[in-house]
Design a protein around this ligand. Structure first.
Ligand SMILES: [Zn+2]
Length: 358
């Protein structure tokens, strides 16, 4: 009865192999070794052919019992291995939600961007369109069409970044101009877009042009070589200085507070006639005089005027029929006045400790 003894030994072997399997792969290897096509039990089943007919049923029964026993052991072991693997996964991937998270550092809108947006909102509310224009312009749109004479100092290479350098101020340059060639420059003001508007649009025109402008200034507390302006232009029938004043008063009160007073002082700009500088009453002393307003009670806020008829005619607008006004506001100046910034260079640093305050 050596086959029966073999079956007993196989049961022992099966217990050992299955219990020692610690992974699904080891368990599968044990299954193949015991029950596979070339496995130990299968071999023994084949050998039953050599038994006598009397022996065969008892040994066959024992072999079938052993097969079911082994299958049961493998099934239970497989379930417990899967459970162990699941518990390992849970503990490995556990997230302690009570731990403080790592916050991603998010940026902050730049103070100048938010001031530009606020100015745009105020003028859009009054029915104006917003035109951003081009940063690279020609001398025609930046100076000539705005009534700036050929010898105006702002045209010199010391006051303007020329992109295509025709050696401003030399004989070659004068000849180039005589041939009608225009210099290419980084705009020193956004007014050029007003000329484009006059050329391309039919009055009535109510537009503002916000954006960055460039001048070769060394950065200091009050100057930046790159800053932002919002220039505005209105051209329509019957526009008077009263419309200019009403519009800018509305803007200034929306921007700085309903209780602020305004003052219009005569000034000169080539683009407008008559021209004014506009002051707003000091918010620190309310007009009494303090160090913030240099004891005048007023703070200069923008420049403006009625569009010079020459400017309208140069751009093909009938100055007998249409009148208009224009104005220019510095975004950095608005920021400095509103938040009492001691040094404009802080606006260029991108330092979040500074920017996140606004
Ligand atoms: Zn004051």
């Amino acid at each position: 009865m050596s086959l029966v003894e073999d079956l007993e030994r196989l049961e022992q072997t099966a217990h050992e192999r299955i219990e020692s399997a610690t992974t699904a792969e080891q368990l599968e290897a044990a299954r193949v070794a015991l029950l596979g096509r070339k496995g130990q039990l299968t071999d023994m089943m084949h050998m039953m052919g050599s038994l006598s007919p009397e022996e065969r049923p008892a040994v066959g029964k024992r072999a079938n019992e052993l097969r079911r026993l082994i299958e049961g052991m493998i099934e239970r072991s497989s379930q417990s291995l899967a459970e162990v693997a699941r518990q390992n996964l849970i503990s490995r991937e556990a997230v302690d939600i009570s731990l403080p998270g790592v916050r991603p550092v998010i940026g902050h809108q730049h103070l100048i961007s938010s001031i530009l947006e606020e100015i745009e909102d105020i003028f859009c509310g009054m029915g104006y369109t917003v035109e951003y224009g081009r940063h690279v312009e020609t001398t025609y749109y930046n100076f000539t069409a705005l009534n700036a004479p050929e010898d105006h100092p702002s045209r010199s290479a010391r006051d303007t970044f020329y992109v295509v350098d025709n050696a401003v101020g030399t004989a070659d340059h004068a000849e180039a101009h005589a041939r009608g060639e225009s210099d290419i420059l980084l705009r020193t003001q956004t007014s050029g877009q007003q000329v484009h508007a006059l050329e391309n649009e039919k009055p009535p025109i109510y537009m503002i042009s916000p954006g960055t402008v460039y001048r070769p200034d060394t950065p200091d507390a009050c100057h930046l070589p790159q800053f932002n302006q919002v220039e505005g232009l209105v051209v329509d029938e019957g526009i008077t200085f009263g419309d200019l004043k009403g519009t800018l008063d509305t803007f200034i009160r929306a921007m700085f507070g309903e209780d602020r007073k305004t003052r219009y002082r005569p000034h000169f700009f080539p683009f407008t006639e008559p021209s004014c500088e506009v002051d707003v009453s000091c918010n620190v002393c309310h007009g009494k005089g303090c160090s913030f307003c240099k004891h005048s009670g007023w703070i200069e806020i923008l420049g403006c005027g009625m569009v010079d008829p020459n400017v309208l005619e140069m751009s093909g607008v009938d100055s007998e029929k249409y009148t208009g006004f224009a104005f220019g506001i510095g975004a950095e100046r608005v920021a400095a006045l509103r938040y009492d910034l001691p040094d404009l260079r802080a606006l260029m640093t991108g330092d979040m400790r500074f920017l996140a305050q606004f």
